[in-house]
Ligand binder design. Structure first.
Ligand code: GRF
Length: 203
């Protein structure tokens, strides 16, 4: 199976997945890494791994729709079985989501449905939560709201700030995202009527 990974920044989740693929833990090929930011550090990490890259710079497009259409054209040129949003910081149009629904997953740094949107670590600290975490989910039209696939929970300690908490969460991102990719490319994970199923059992 062919996986296309979309990034906007450092690409640490992309490298976690790519390294599991090259270690033979995931029976797939990272067909391409596509980025909306020409300066993103993750592009160099992909090139270091001889993964084809493409930049679709959202600033070059007059509208969100034009950007999404260019992005779809790039994605489709690599013929993916799975599209992975790994720190991809663009809100996608319904046309885009509908095209890949059931074949597109995202990682969000909170225990969804808690803390959709941005600044999730600070919000958890401000709420005096004692636990926080990260969710991999199927992407649907509602932002940060598709069927959950896998979550990891981390403790929040008294001395935490957003940076220390984000670091603890990101360590778990690099564990659960490759697992979700593995399940999907092995045909064990699928999205059925807006629910995630693993081995035929609803998650
Ligand atoms: C991740 O920490 C994830 O929680 C959020 O954006 C970040 C991307 O990091 N979606 P990276 O680009 O994968 O290093």
């Amino acid at each position: 199976p062919r996986v296309v990974i979309l990034i906007s920044g450092g690409g640490s989740n992309m490298t976690a997945i790519a390294d599991q693929v090259s270690a033979g833990m995931i029976d797939a090929e990272v067909a391409a890494v596509i980025c909306n930011n020409p300066e993103a550090a993750g592009l160099q990490k992909a090139r270091d791994r001889n993964i084809p890259t493409d930049v679709v710079d959202h600033r070059q497009f007059a509208s969100r729709e034009d950007f999404d259409r260019a992005l779809m054209a790039s994605i489709d040129s690599f013929e993916p079985d799975l599209v992975v949003l790994a720190g991809f910081m663009r809100i996608l149009t319904a046309e885009f989501v509908n095209r890949y629904e059931g074949h597109m997953i995202n990682i969000h740094p909170s225990l969804l449905p808690k803390y959709q949107g941005l600044h999730t670590h600070q919000r958890a600290i401000d709420a005096c939560d004692t636990q926080h975490g990260v969710t991999v989910h199927f992407v649907t039209e509602v932002l940060d709201d598709g069927p959950n696939i896998i979550q990891a929970v981390v403790p929040i300690f008294d001395g935490d700030d957003a940076a220390t908490l984000q670091k603890r969460v990101q360590q778990q991102e690099h564990v659960i995202f490759p697992i979700a990719v593995k399940w999907f490319v092995e045909g064990r994970l699928r999205m059925v009527k807006n629910a995630a199923e693993l081995d035929g059992n609803k998650l």
